[in-house]
Design a protein around this ligand. Sequence first.
Ligand code: GLA
Length: 387
Amino acid sequence: MNIAKESGWLHKFHLLYGASGQVFRAPGRVNLIGEHTDYNDGLVMPAAIEFYTWIAVAPRDDRRLVIHSTNFPDSIEVDLQADEPSPRSHWTDYVVGVAVMLGRAGHRLRGANLLVHGEVPIGAGLSSSAAIEVAAGLALLGVSGLAMQRADLAKLCQRAENEFVGARCGIMDQFISCCGRAEHAVLLDCRSLDYRLLLLPDEVCLVICNTMVKHELASSEYNARRAECEEGVRRLSRVLPHVRALRDVSSNDLERYAASLPETIYRRCRHVVTENERVTDAARSLERGDLPAFGKLMYDSHLSLRDDYQVSCAELDLMVDLARGLAGVFGARMTGGGFGGCTINLVRTQAVPEFQRDMASAYEKATGLAPQIITTAAAEGAGEVQK
Ligand code: GLA
């Protein structure tokens, strides 16, 4: 891994702590297909992106954690020797939460000086939170001479986000940040955590278009959707006793018992059930090199998220519609939780410059907002950076 472009911020580590440290990094992610399926024990297909959260770390002689960032002015100190710290609704919760969960899991951490440098856009739905959690996990373990299996670290970071930060996310983001593979998307079964690597062909690029909006209701609606899915499971399991999660419901079953569900719950369930089927089909399409079929499934996924799951917004819909009209685009859809954030576009490599230009001007013309457009290859998951 190349440290050259990071040396600027590492200089700050020297200034703050008067020493050099080990450096770890963890990537953000984009999800190609399989949205709002992870917390239903279902299937997802994310890829890690070439945008990272970096953490430099050096041991201390006491058991304090001192945490600074290059992105935020305020820092924090916590004493691992004292009572378990509580969340403060502060960016450091992501780091402290991981330290707390490592402690609860029986890992005795050393005191450490940390500096966080984040380059994953915040609030864009590209999992800057999973990236900081996973980087923190590796840094805290590394400085203490400890190690953990990747999938276990992903689960621990998810627990930090659920129980300490207070966001009810699924496992997808932390898992892909830990286990991503360069040039590959990952087909992940969120129940067993079994996964399969899917090679992304050279002829296409992942192009991420940021709507530059994030609507207020994102987190309350996320929790509402989770509750609606649980309600669906409760009702369906009365007639289908094997059903533990929507993952266990087939389209046929859902249609057979549709009448036992209120309309909204039925539509939420239909999104999850059909989305799982789309992920399976998408994996097959990719394996046989059928990019048009894969792209069609992306568009279908977007419509299902828009109409049945109702987590899209005007800006995301506009971006997907614009993508449909541009040359070299196989497919496009919203990615992440929704209500703003980004679309993911599968674009023929030679067509990318034209796509970027035309998307930016058409979106800006319609909304007055200049979108951030990122082209990325699928990246390797988190690790230590050799200087
Ligand atoms: C957010 C969550 C993920 C997942 C997606 C929707 O990104 O963090 O766990 O639920 O929304 O697919």
